[in-house]
Design a protein around this ligand. Structure first.
Ligand code: 16G
Length: 245
């Protein structure tokens, strides 16, 4: 454990401060996956808070999947997620990528509806005034492990009713003759904020990869504007490079 102050008088509820402090220790590597957390009693003494506060902090960490409780033997830092190698040269869907690896696919819906587009969506999708967009936002998991948050926006001309998407977006687009054939993808590194980290079951402030994908039909029309956050500890993006002419 590091030596920075654990509890500051103006830092919000004590249990959340303690939770963030433990998360910080995990992010820095002071305690590693598989390591045991100190007992409730030890932590309470060390940080000078009540055992109730420690219990609440640990309960939050368990809920976020950051630590695991084993009855009778204690609380441990959750094992690291195996890294996924993802090619940057194929235009594939999450479902296809996971299926190819023999990994299961699950989505948790965060949002699915028809909206007035933001100015950015209007420009990217080439919309006219009065046009509407379908937004689908999902937490994408394999088994119980969350890997990414994906927020896709499509024109209602392409996807009039987002509630028809129950599994794969690309499989649906394929059926309706709107599967993209080309995409521009931009990847940027940033630290996950608290809400993203919570969804992705990693400590707040962990590394994330922010990915923007704009996909096109053969006609040049934009199909999809998707902004995603991938877990930095779970993904390697790989591209093959060739010498130029
Ligand atoms: C991929 C794409 C995403 C697309 C999704 C469709 C990235 C980095 N990747 O995850 O743009 O919307 O596949 O997946 O953005 P689905 O067909 O499984 O719904």
């Amino acid at each position: 454990f590091g030596s920075e102050p654990v509890i500051v008088p103006t830092g919000g509820p004590l249990y959340l401060q303690l939770k963030r402090w433990i998360e910080g220790a995990i992010t820095r590597g002071d305690i590693k996956p598989g390591d045991a957390l100190p007992s409730e009693r030890d932590l309470a003494m060390r940080v000078d808070v009540s055992r109730v506060t420690v219990r609440k902090a640990v309960q939050q960490l368990v809920k976020d999947g950051i630590v695991i409780q084993r009855h009778g033997s204690g609380t441990f830092v959750a094992p690291r997620t195996p890294r996924v190698e993802q090619s940057l040269s194929q235009l594939t869907s999450f479902t296809e990528d996971m299926a190819r690896r023999g990994m299961s696919v699950r989505s948790q819906w965060l949002d699915r509806g028809v909206y007035v587009p933001s100015p950015e969506e209007t420009i990217v999708l080439g919309l006219s005034s009065g046009d509407r967009v379908s937004r689908i936002a999902r937490l994408r998991l394999t088994g119980e492990t969350p890997l990414a948050i994906e927020r896709a926006t499509l024109s209602t001309a392409v996807l009039p009713d987002p509630s028809v998407i129950t599994t794969s977006l690309y499989a649906h687009l394929e059926k309706s003759g709107n599967r993209p054939v080309r995409a521009i993808q931009r990847i940027r590194a940033a630290n996950l904020d608290e809400a993203e980290a919570h969804l992705l079951a990693v400590p707040a402030g962990s590394a994330g990869l922010y990915i923007e994908r704009i996909s096109y039909l053969a006609t040049g029309k934009v199909v999809e504007f998707t902004r995603s956050v991938y877990r930095g500890d779970a993904y390697d993006f790989v591209a093959e490079l060739r010498i130029g002419d």
